[in-house]
Structure formats: C-alpha cells, structure tokens
Design a protein around this ligand. Sequence first.
Ligand code: DGL
Length: 281
Amino acid sequence: MNSKASRFLRPEAALVKHPIGVFDSGVGGLSILKALRAELPHENFVYVADSGFAPYGERDEGFVLERSRVITRHLLTQQHLAIKALVIACNTATAAAIHLLRQEHPDLSIIGVEPALKPAIVLSQTRHIGVMATRGTLNSQKFKTLLASLADQAQFICQPCDGLADAIERHDTGKIIGLCGQYTRAMGQFGAMAGDIDTLVLGCTHYPFASTCLQALVGPNVRLVDNGQPVARQTRRMLPSLSSHCAPGQCLLLSTGDPATLHIAARRWLGLEVPVKCLLI
Ligand code: DGL
C-alpha cells in the first residue's frame, strides 16, 4: 500500500476550511468532483469514498439510506469538517436518501444527481435514448417517477449494469470492456438512423470513467451524456456563500475502504496528488 495513502484522519490533519462535502459509494463521485472543482475553483472540498461499503447499486435501499445518513452526520458534526453544503455524487444514494436527508437536515443545502434524461431528450434526434445505471437507481421510485414524466417525449431503453461500478472501482480493464460490451449489445442498435439509439445516458457517476470504452463500442456518432456540469452549476446556485479566497481551493480525500484505491483514482482522473485518510464510520 502506498505509504502516503494510509493515514488515519486526525483533526489537525484536516486544514480544509468550510468545505463542500461530496460523497459516493467509491471513486465514481470523482467525476462530479472534477466538474465541481472546474466550476468552483476557489472552494474547498471534502470527498468521502464509501469504498468499504461499495458497491451501493446492488444493495437494498435501506442499506444505502443508512450509509448516506452516517456519512452526512459525520461531515456535519466533525468540528474540523463542518461542511457548508452537501453534494450526493451518487445516483443510487440520491434516489434512496435525498428526500429523507433534506427532511433531517433542513438547514443544509443538499444537491443530488440523477440520470440526465432531460438533457438527453434535447440532444437526441432519433428519440431513442439508452440509459445505463445501477439496478438500485433504475428500481427506485424517484427514477420511475422521472421516467414516467418523460415517457411521451422519447423511448428510453434502460439497462441495469450489475458489476460495472465495481469493475471501475477496481480498475479491472478486462472486466470493464466485457461488461460494457455485454450491456451495450443488450440495449440494441446504436447509430443515427431512425430507430437507432443515438444518445446514451451514463446514469451512474462511475461510468464516465469508462466513456472511452463505451464510445468505441457505440460509435462516434452517439452522444454520451452525464450530469457532472449541471450538478456543478446547480451547486454554485445553491451555495449559501462563496469562498472569499482567491487561492485555489483544497481537497481532503477520505475513504472507508482501501485508501490507495481513491489515491490512485484521484491522481489518474483528476491529476490530484493528495494523501487519502482512512475513515472509520
Ligand atoms: N456511483 C454510484 C451511482 O452513481 C453507485 C455505484 C455503486 O456503488 O453501485 O449510482
């Protein structure tokens, strides 16, 4: 294990003041953190990867809700963290928990992420839209309500992608290629002709990290859509206050699992070279 990556969190180690809290089941939420840092370069962030309890997507809703509660309480009550807003950088946890977290913490701005069906409708010419997401997201009442509200505007082909977030979490390239191939084949024909799927929604925050593989499988004319930028813009709108600093914001990275996984992913995908602290919650 990388020696830099393995340190337990101590208050004096956390010099990140008034951060925005961000959490996901694992490394997937880094795709949202990347967009947040671009949109809000002077803000500080504390990112929790709940890798010790990942993946969320094939667990029951009660489990995901409880983990979301534990993480939120931790980010709010630890004096040295004291977040000013919370971004649930996980479609599965948003579907399972956002309504209850908002009830339980009415003074906290909480921003969630859901599969980008509405932006996909705007982009699609063929009105055939693929949706890749976890089983938990697709089975949730929140997603079913969203889908029903848009059903007359396009045909949505929804594909549960068991194991894909886990393969991305482990950076298992062979498995990522195999599962992406299996799931895109199952969805039908991709392309620009009438009846083809011309837009593919990446409805899990892990999947943008497989976008090169997915784009190669579906062809260059198919648009891949995720929610990173819209979530970042929404966070800016909902922030109670903007940082008054001109210096670049800082990131504190915490993991309930193997810190090396988050450390390597943050370096690989965000060019972020910061030590990861272990979080025992
Ligand atoms: N990244 C998460 C999402 O957006 C969950 C992946 C998982 O843990 O299954 O749904």
